[in-house]
Design a protein around this ligand. Structure first.
Ligand SMILES: Cc1cc2nc3c(=O)[nH]c(=O)nc-3n(C[C@H](O)[C@H](O)[C@H](O)COP(=O)(O)O)c2cc1C
Length: 440
């Protein structure tokens, strides 16, 4: 399993991949409208056509209402809509790639909690919570930055939510997806179950003393997916909350994440993506620069004002974002130490992403910290990036500058795209030089 070459094939839960390079999940903001499938094909097919072994579609929502963490997320509760995604899976397969769908529910990270305009136009939506929200979120509610009106799920409702993950997975398998990827981090509801910061339940879905995490929900989701979608390859992100500022406790440590990963492998998960993040949805998952240009862009300003409930609050969020950027600076391979520890404990493939930018870094971590390696943000500027990385020398480097203008713009409802002219110019030059011409 540990052949370290990027070009060598690997199997994840019976899903054969032509190489170990993957596109990490990134929100495409394609929604569910009449153009959604074409938009997803336009975003994802180039990664397959230029050689990526595996393409992770960005997070999709398992319910028909509520639970969207950001504007424009695609829902996968309706079997009729999901069957149309067969055109996307066919397009990726025709290029020799494999495709994973990522399943999510936002819980307390959903737009009905943080997005003022969305809350106003959807007043009836429930805010699903694992437990009473932590004090830090209640404080943000008191100062008007959030509007909390949570409903804590009872045990039966938690099981029903797990069943929705199973139903969505079954729809996806019918549509030809090769792999199910659970959005286990980024403050989605799975992380909220795992995390002692959020999870204070006293039923079976509470914190398990042996792993230190609320792992029972992922166990239940696993069983639902196996019952409804069979033995499809199943992977999940596994969070350590070690990147959170020290005052936020209790939280998942690296040790908790390693124990949780070991248990998930024993339960039957086929692959694991360890990530060091925070207890909040913040820059810990996209370390790099303060996205000044995206905050300043005139075209995006109305979207920020609508999302955050006024210009003053939008400015306060931007200021918080600036503070975070001092704390979560660019850090190549920031998940590698955690991934290496997980890899020592499990016998399923470990995926590594987060700040990897050069072919040399991919080579260094393969067979050491990971069995597969991926990039996320660089794909916005270079949808055909694999063509340069595969067959590239160790110095081959993505043009992405970790400026994060792609990330924050999505709060304003903008689609997933690189917005930095210098970076786009460099990608254009490479295109003219034929750097992306590789096929398959
Ligand atoms: C705009 C944006 C959207 C993202 N959407 C998702 C997502 O839907 N699911 C997920 O698990 N991670 C998501 N991520 C995190 C990426 O998968 C990846 O872990 C992160 O960007 C670090 O990798 P990178 O440094 O190569 O970009 C997103 C990141 C960005 C910037």
């Amino acid at each position: 399993m540990s052949d370290p070459r990027l070009e060598s094939p690997i199997s994840v839960g019976g899903c054969s991949l032509r190489n170990r390079l993957y596109r990490a999940p990134l929100l495409e903001c394609a929604g569910n409208g009449p153009d959604a499938v074409d938009a997803l094909i336009a975003d994802l097919e180039p990664a397959a056509a230029s050689g990526a072994g595996l393409i992770h579609q960005g997070a999709t929502i398992v319910r028909g209402e509520g639970g969207c963490a950001a504007p424009g997320m695609t829902r996968v509760a309706d079997p009729a809509f999901v069957s149309e995604l067969g055109r996307l899976t066919d397009a990726v397969h025709a290029r020799g790639g494999a495709i994973a769908i990522q399943l999510e529910h936002g819980g307390l990270r959903s737009m009905e909690v943080w997005h003022a305009g969305y809350r106003e136009s959807n007043p009836g939506l429930e805010q699903l919570a694992v437990s009473r929200p932590p004090g830090a979120l209640r404080a943000l509610d008191r100062v008007g930055m959030l509007e909390l009106n949570p409903r804590v799920m009872d045990t039966g409702e938690v099981r029903e939510l797990a069943a929705d993950f199973g139903r969505a997975a079954a729809n996806a398998v019918d549509a030809g997806y090769d792999m199910i990827h659970l959005a286990g981090a980024n403050m989605g509801i799975i992380q909220q179950f795992l995390s002692p910061f959020y999870n204070r339940r006293d039923d079976e879905f509470g914190i398990d003393p042996q792993t230190g995490s609320g792992i029972r929900f992922l166990e239940c989701v696993h069983d639902e997916i196996r019952d409804r979608a069979g033995d499809v390859a199943l992977i999940t992100k596994v969070p350590s909350e070690s990147a959170a500022p020290a005052v936020f406790r209790p939280r998942l440590s690296d040790d908790d994440a390693v124990r949780t990963a070991a248990r998930l492998a024993a339960i039957g998960y086929d692959g694991l993506v360890p990530v060091r993040c925070s207890v909040f949805w913040d820059m810990s998952i996209v370390r790099g620069a303060f996205p000044a240009a995206a905050w300043r862009a005139e075209s995006l300003r109305p979207g920020y004002v609508e999302a955050f409930g006024g210009p003053g609050r939008a400015a306060a969020v931007a200021a918080g974002n600036w503070v975070q950027s001092r704390y979560y600076d660019r850090e190549p391979g920031w998940n590698a130490p955690l991934a290496r520890r997980v890899r020592e404990r499990v016998d399923v493939p470990v995926f590594l992403e987060g700040g990897l930018r050069t072919r040399g870094e991919l080579d260094r971590y393969l067979g050491d910290a990971a069995d597969l390696v991926g990039m996320g943000r660089p794909f916005y500027a270079e949808p055909r990036l694999p063509a340069r990385l595969l067959d590239g020398d160790r110095g081959t480097e993505a043009v992405c500058e970790d400026c994060n203008n792609c990330a924050v713009a999505q709060a304003a409802g903008a689609s997933g795209a690189c917005r930095t002219p210098a970076v786009l110019r460099r990608a254009g030059e490479l295109r003219e030089e034929g750097a992306y011409d590789r096929t398959g």
